[in-house]
Design a protein around this ligand. Structure first.
Ligand code: NAD
Length: 261
C-alpha cells in the first residue's frame, strides 16, 4: 500500500494505459481522480468498479484536455475533494495518421493541444501545492515517438518530442523540491488508440490490416510482441515510489527494443 494517503490524478484514464495505471495505483492505496471523455454513467461505473475492487475513494472528471479552463477546474475539484494531488500522470492522448500534405490542420492542432499543451496546464496547476508539501511525482506518458519518428505521424511525433522537452524542463525547475518529473516512452501497446490506427495506416500505406500489425507495428519492435499496459502501469508505479526519488528528467523506454535500433 505504498500510495496510501496519497491522491493520484490521471488524465485519459477511462481506457487503455491510463485505466491500467489507475487500477495499479488504486491497488497500492491511492485515492483517484480519473478523467476521460465519456458519459457520466460510464465514468460513474468505472469509479464504482475501482472503489469496489480496491476500497479507495475515486472521483471523476470529464474535463476536455483541449480546454484549459476545464483542466484547471478538474484540478480544483481534486483539491477540493482530497486536499492534495500527490501523483500526476499526464496520459490523455490521441493519434491521427496521414501524409503531412493531407494532414487536417484541426487534427494537427488538437493533437498538439491534448498530447502536449494539456500537460503544461496540469503541471502548472499542481506544482504550487506539491512544492508546499515538499513531495510530488509527475509522470508524462510520452512514446517511442518522443525519441524517434515514423512517417505520417507528424503531429504525434512533434507533440511527444515536445513532451520530453517539457519533462526535462520541469524536472530541473523542481529538482530541490522533493518533486520528480519523468516521461515513459512505450512502444506499441494494444489499446483502442492503436486499434483505431489500423484503417488510417491501411490507407496511408496501402496495406491489409494484418500487414499493418506485422510490418508496421510489430516490425518496429525486436521482441515482436505488443507491450502490456499492465507493464507500463508497473513502471509508472515504480517512478511514483520513494525508491525512484533520484530519477528525474528521464525518458524511460518500454518498447521491446524499438529505440535500440
Ligand atoms: P486510449 O485511446 O485507450 O485512451 C485514451 C484516453 O484519453 C481515454 O481515456 C480517452 O477518453 C482520453 N482522451 C482522449 N481525448 C481526450 C480529451 N480531449 N480530453 C480528455 N481525455 C481524452 O489510448 P492509450 O493507447 O491507452 O494511450 C494513452 C497514452 O499512451 C497516450 O498519451 C498515447 O499517446 C500513449 N501511448 C500509447 C501507445 C500505444 O501503443 N497504445 C504507445 C505509446 C504511447
Amino acid at each position: 500500500m505504498i500510495f496510501k494517503n496519497k491522491t493520484a490524478l490521471i488524465t485519459g484514464s477511462t481506457s487503455g494505459i491510463g485505466l491500467a495505471i489507475a487500477n495499479d495505483f488504486a491497488a497500492k492505496g491511492a485515492n483517484l481522480v480519473i478523467n476521460g471523455l465519456g458519459s457520466k454513467a460510464v465514468l460513474d461505473s468505472l469509479c464504482d468498479q475501482i472503489t469496489k475492487d480496491h476500497g479507495v475513494v475515486c472521483i471523476h472528471s470529464n474535463a476536455n484536455m483541449l480546454v484549459p479552463e476545464e483542466i484547471r477546474n478538474m484540478i480544483h475539484e481534486g483539491y477540493k475533494h482530497f486536499g492534495s494531488i500527490d501523483l500526476l500522470v499526464n496520459n490523455a492522448g490521441i493519434q491521427f495518421v496521414s501524409p503531412i500534405e493531407d494532414f487536417p490542420e484541426e487534427q494537427f492542432n488538437s493533437i498538439i493541444a491534448i498530447n502536449l499543451v494539456s500537460s503544461f496546464h496540469t503541471i502548472k496547476s499542481v506544482l504550487p501545492t506539491m512544492k508546499s508539501k515538499g513531495w510530488g511525482r509527475i509522470i508524462n506518458i510520452a512514446s517511442a515517438h518522443a525519441l524517434i519518428a515514423s512517417p505520417f505521424k507528424s503531429a504525434y511525433v512533434a507533440a511527444k518530442h515536445g513532451l520530453v522537452g517539457l519533462t526535462k524542463t520541469v524536472a530541473l525547475e523542481v529538482a530541490t523540491s522533493g518533486i520528480t518529473c519523468n516521461a515513459i516512452c512505450p512502444g506499441y501497446v494494444w489499446t483502442p488508440l492503436v486499434e483505431k490506427q489500423i484503417p488510417e495506416t491501411m490507407k496511408a500505406r496501402n496495406l491489409t490490416s494484418q500487414q499493418v500489425i506485422d510490418t508496421v507495428f510489430l516490425a518496429a519492435q525486436p521482441t515482436r510482441k505488443f507491450v502490456l499496459m499492465e507493464d507500463v502501469a508497473a513502471l509508472a508505479s515504480y517512478l511514483a515510489s520513494e525508491s525512484a526519488s533520484s530519477i528525474t528528467g528521464s525518458s524511460i523506454s518500454i518498447d521491446g527494443g524499438w529505440t535500440a535500433h
